[in-house]
Design a protein around this ligand. Structure first.
Ligand code: CTP
Length: 209
């Protein structure tokens, strides 16, 4: 039996998933690796940048879940993978990949990691990070203009046309699959502490065999 376990962290866009994941990653060091679901966005390199910028990136079909599932199965079997890397400023995959070795805990993160039944079936612990939509929109404007080379107009248009309706249709309903819900995103220090303790427990269980 595999001694590798998957922990999934889902939640709306800009809910604070990355901050929580970074903190957990720093705490567990070599026992845990993070696989961002966004690295598995479909590349769409058959169409040009302008067209790619208009695509819907907030529904399940935007992700290459076949590859994501295959890679997770490999990691569970103790095998290495070549993880794709996504470039938000170009709306496509980078030419490079990262060699990822399995560790005791594989932390998967993304808006829709709780959506696909196959992924849920191989996930040990499912977490949903919750945050009010106005807080998420505010964070998203700041982040996308600073880190993802977007204008305020494009962030707002994308939010109204895609992010908000897709959140309501796909992301929010996937919360029902969560074992743990962390309200108030990364501000919820107690919630993060409880999650850390749980992951520590998973690692200790594995060590005890
Ligand atoms: N997205 C985009 N352009 C792309 C691909 C994805 O704008 N070419 C956006 C999608 O609209 C989606 C978001 O990226 O809503 C997913 O990333 P998000 O969850 O916001 O970021 P994380 O850092 O993973 O999480 P968090 O903000 O919660 O920390």
């Amino acid at each position: 039996m595999s001694d590798v376990k998957i922990v999934a962290i889902a939640g709306g866009s800009a809910s604070g998933k990355s901050s929580i994941v970074r903190e957990i990653e720093a705490y567990f060091k070599d026992d845990l690796i993070v696989i961002g679901h966004d690295n598995y966005y479909k590349a769409h390199d058959d169409i040009d940048f302008e067209q790619r910028a208009k695509l819907n990136y907030d529904y399940p079909g935007a992700f290459d879940n076949d590859l994501f599932y295959k890679d997770l199965l490999k990691l569970l079997e103790g095998k290495e993978i070549d993880m794709p890397i996504y470039d938000y400023s170009k709306h496509t995959r980078s030419d490079e990949t990262i060699r990822v070795k399995p560790t005791k805990i594989i932390l998967i993160e993304g808006i829709l990691v709780l959506y696909d039944e196959r992924i849920r079936s191989i996930t040990d612990t499912k977490v949903f990070v919750d945050a009010d939509s106005d807080v998420r929109l505010q964070r998203r404007i700041l982040r996308d203009t600073k880190e993802r080379a977007r204008s305020i107009e494009s962030v707002l248009t994308q939010y109204i046309n895609q992010v908000k309706p897709m959140h309501e249709t796909y992301v929010e309903p996937s919360k029902k699959y969560a074992d743990i819900i962390i309200p108030r995103g990364a501000r919820n220090l107690k919630g993060i502490q409880i999650l850390k303790r749980h992951i520590k427990h998973l690692i200790e269980e594995e060590n005890e065999g």
